[in-house]
Design a protein around this ligand. Sequence first.
Ligand SMILES: [Zn+2]
Length: 312
Amino acid sequence: MSEWKKFKVGMPASKGFNSSCMPFDAVSHTSHVGSAINIIEAGEISPSLVFDESQLNDQRILVSWLSPNHWSNGFRYGNIRFHFSFKDIIEGKKYYWVEAIAYRIKACRILITDIDRDSQLDAYDPMSPTGPWWLNSSDGYHYFNNNYCLEFMIEAPVPLSNLKRIDFVDHHSSYCSIHRKNPSRCNELGVHSSKGGAIFLTRAAVSGVDLSKFSEHFIREDGRPRTELESAFNEFVVRVSRKVKFSGSFTGESETSIAVVRAVMSAFTFGLMEEAKLLCEMFKDETTFTNAAAIVLSEMVGLEKWEELAST
Ligand SMILES: [Zn+2]
C-alpha cells in the first residue's frame, strides 16, 4: 500500500467544515524575524538543504517549504507568514511523495519540482483522493487533510513577486522549528502575532530594509494602514512607553527625534527593553514619541500620512 493512503482526505463537507477535507487556494511560508528579513532582502524564499531526518537529507536537493496548515495554537516556525497562490506554485510541475515524518502531528511531505525524479521517488497524483492532497476535478478546489501537517517541498526559489499577502501569527509557546531540542533558546518563543509584527517592522526599520515595495500588504486601497500594521505599531508604542517617565525635551519631528526613535526601535527589536525605555524618556511626552515612531515606520512601508498611524 502506498504510504500516503494512511493520510487520505475525507469527503468535502456539504455544510460547515470537515477537518479531514479542507479546501485551500493559498499556501504559506512562516519564519522567524531574522529569516523573514533575509527573505525580503533576497526578494525570494531561497531553497535550502533538508537537514532533519528526511530521506532527502543525504541528497543535494534544495527545497523551499510551503504549507496550507493554519496552527491556531501557534506556529513552530515563527511569527511572519508569507502567502502565495497555490495555483501559481504548482503550474507545470511534477509531484512526488517524499515521506511521512512522525512528529507529534505527523507531517506529510510532497516534492513539487521541474525535475524528473521518477527513479528516486513515487509520483503523487493529486487528481486521485487517495492521499492528503486532492484536486477535486468536479469543483476545481484543492483539498487537504488538516488532521496532519502537509508540507510542500518546492525544488525552486519562491519569488516574492508572487506574494499575495504578509501577515503575523503567534509563535507556539513550547515548540520551535529552529531550536527543536531546546525551544527556550528561541527569543520569539510564545511571542504573539502583533508583538512578532512589531519586532519584524522595527528590525526592518533599523536594518535599512525598504518595505515600500510591499506597501499593498501594509496599506489599504483607501490609503489607511491595514490592521496588521496598526496592531504591530500599537504594540511597539505601548510596550516601550509603558511606565516611562517622560522627562525629555524632544518635542517635534526633528532629525534628532527620528534618530533617537530608531535607537529605541533597535533596542526593542533585540529585546533590550530597559534600554528602549531609557531612550524613550528623552521625549517630552508619549504623543511626541508616538509621532516620531509613526514617521519612521510610515516612511518604511510607504504610508503617505503618518498621522493615520499615530492616531490609531
Ligand atoms: Zn522559534
